[in-house]
Design a protein around this ligand. Structure first.
Ligand code: SAH
Length: 341
């Protein structure tokens, strides 16, 4: 990772404009070696190369519309991040933790043991990696979604710091409205987030309309049951006046029945929200909904006046779809290391 947060300290004895020049070189010119920062004195460039190297060690695998990268962190940890290029937009899906402690039954990332939280610099490195690649074709990152591995609200401090860096005009300069954070429902953190005064979008992984079913597939529901979760979302909407997205992964016969659609509509009644229907990725013990069940589900939401969209399934071919990060890295391991970023 690149230790961006050390830059101020390293340059503390230099005039303030050096920091501005260095920051510009990293985030705007997208240099990959301080020697390319020709506005800085040679000696300083050499010092920066020693103390704050800009190389991102990563491997990647590319498929149409999707590139998955495995980025090496220090101490041998690795983290995955995905670029989805669709409809003229480039969306980076970032991870906030190595592994995940929540163990949602349908999520492959949840099956990996939790290892550690990511530092804000490590989150930013994931976006910068793709920004460098896109620059080569005159493109840039337009959207960032915190929907990779991990639970962002269990790494709150670093995630907020990363959001500020993503948004900052002298850093990545991505508009807050183009950034989304997805949480499995850490209720008190949703409330805290409402008070940050950010225009960042909030998504909540709901996946079930009753406590009994939700606790069965998302153990986190035992700690933050629907009453607390919906209460926190209501508080968020009151504070921010922003629409919340509820993600609902549809799983064959588990949560895709008419009764679930009806209960979902009742649960979300009067909330400023949009449901994002996501057909489950994968086959095995759990399966995607049948086309019939999916249509029936949508029809009930239509009749109840519950707004929804259906998520596109990009990235399926390389296991880069939701919840599948780091599930199978064999394809990457075979691809050899690149240092494209
Ligand atoms: N921990 C956060 C962010 C990571 S998951 C959260 O839970 O929101 C991002 C999204 O992928 C969530 O909405 C989750 O419900 C969805 N997801 C996880 N596994 C999936 C799978 N196998 N198929 C489809 N969507 C999945």
């Amino acid at each position: 990772m690149i230790r961006f947060s050390k830059l101020k300290d390293i340059l503390s004895t230099h005039p303030a404009y050096r920091f501005a020049q260095a920051e510009h070189a990293v985030f705007k010119e997208l240099i990959e070696d301080w020697q390319q920062a020709t506005s800085l004195p040679l000696q300083l460039r050499e010092q920066l190369n020693r103390q704050l190297p800009l190389t991102i060690h990563a491997r990647n695998i590319t498929m149409p519309h999707t590139t998955k990268a495995l980025i090496k962190l220090h101490q041998g940890y690795t983290v995955e991040t995905v670029l989805l290029a669709h409809a003229k937009r480039n969306t980076v899906c970032v991870s906030s933790q190595v592994g995940c402690p929540l163990a949602c039954r349908f999520c492959h990332s949840g099956k990996l043991a939790f290892q550690r939280n990511l530092h804000a610099d490590e989150i930013i490195t994931q976006v910068l990696y793709f920004q460098r690649i896109l620059k080569k074709t005159g493109d840039r990152v337009n959207n960032v979604v915190f929907m990779g591995m991990g639970e962002p609200f269990l790494n709150y401090h670093h995630v907020i710091t990363a959001l500020k860096m993503l948004n900052h005009e002298n850093k990545l300069g991505i508009s807050a409205r183009k950034i989304s954070i997805s949480t499995a429902g850490i209720a008190h953190k949703i409330k805290e987030f409402s008070r940050e005064g950010m225009q960042v979008n909030l998504a909540v992984s709901l996946n079930a309309p009753t406590d009994s079913l939700r606790s069965q597939i998302m153990p986190v529901n035992k700690k933050y049951p629907l009453k607390d979760l919906i209460g926190a979302v209501r508080y968020y909407i009151d504070q921010t006046n922003r629409k919340v997205m509820f993600e609902y992964v549809l799983i064959d016969r588990l949560n895709d029945q008419p009764v679930h659609a009806q209960k979902l509509s009742v649960l979300l009644k009067d909330l400023l929200c949009l449901v994002n229907l996501i057909p489950y990725n994968g086959n095995g013990a759990l399966n995607p909904p049948s086309p019939k069940a999916l249509n029936r589900f949508k029809k009930i939401l239509d009749q109840a006046g519950t707004q929804y969209i259906q998520r596109q399934r990009l990235g399926k071919e390389i296991d880069a779809a939701c919840g599948e990060l780091l599930y199978r890295t064999h394809a990457l391991d075979a691809s050899g290391e690149t240092q494209a970023g």
